[in-house]
Design a protein around this ligand. Sequence first.
Ligand code: 5GP
Ligand code: MN
Length: 336
Amino acid sequence: MNNIKEIQPLLKASKSPKVVITTHHKPDADALGSSLGLLNYLLKIGIQANVVTPTDYGDFLKWMPGESAVINFEEKEKYSQSLVEEADIIFCLDFNALKRINKLGVLVAQSKAIKVLIDHHLEPEGFEQFRLWTTKASSTCELIFWLIELMGDVSAIDEDIASCLYAGIMTDTASFKHGSTTATTHRVAATLLEKGAKSNRIFEAIYDNYSESRTRFIGFCLSEKLQILPEYHTALITVTAEDLKKFKIITGDSEGLVNYGLSITGIKLSVLIIDRTVARKMSFRSKDSFPANEFARKYFNGGGHFNAAGGESLEPIDQVEIKFKAALNEYKNYLN
Ligand code: 5GP
Ligand code: MN
């Protein structure tokens, strides 16, 4: 692996490189914020770049400066393909396994471009030549700040860049609550505020911006769908395709639902199973020593962080629920 500092001469070469920035399936605020923070920074220092996402993302992210230029691979497959094929440098942000970017991953793997990974998830698979990677960073947005700092360019950070990066740090730390929040995280956030990010506006744009039907959907899930498995200190919500249709649920609407289970006294594991058209998607959130990522990897082809992970299954949703409950029994030692 090369030293990340060595990308500086490549980026700032006299013949400006063609840069593509990509991030994971269904980008969240850290994924999109880091991509657009980096995009706005590169444009500011005179480097041409494009953000290509593997899928769409929630409307609550569409305020981000530069968002209108994002290219959704699912909508513009041919164009995305040509950008990836012609790229000199591809930045891969907030993921570290190419399967997390679906069909785009095949194109990135085939591309001759230099690949740079910037990420804070466990166990990178190693497709890149350069990496800025540590699980100790609160977020990929914090890592983008470190990258800009490493390039000696903190002075280039303006309100647009700062707002994108602040959004990802705020959401990935659950508003500076998670254990991943360090003194450095706060210092980075403070610098972003000094550069013009408006914390109240960003909070409102992300968290006070839901549709009425989404709010009713959350109420429905909590009153009708929540199961408590007391012997496992586990909360489970299973959402069927019918539920999604009834409440007209769109991308981003289920964000945060899994956290409610964990807020119940004594609960150590909260799980959400959603019947998405192609697969059953699962989210895991845990407290203490329950290894959510290991559990997701072992039973549901997933991964993630120790206390926040995800996975999926191609089986019918009731089978997934049965399989999950059986798997829990094997992990009961972690839950008592
Ligand atoms: P979420 O529950 O918010 O979708 O995901 C929680 C965490 O788990 C995120 O850090 C995400 O990157 C990771 N994650 C979610 N789904 C998957 C998956 O299918 N595979 C892997 N490897 N990680 C996932
Ligand atoms: Mn992240």
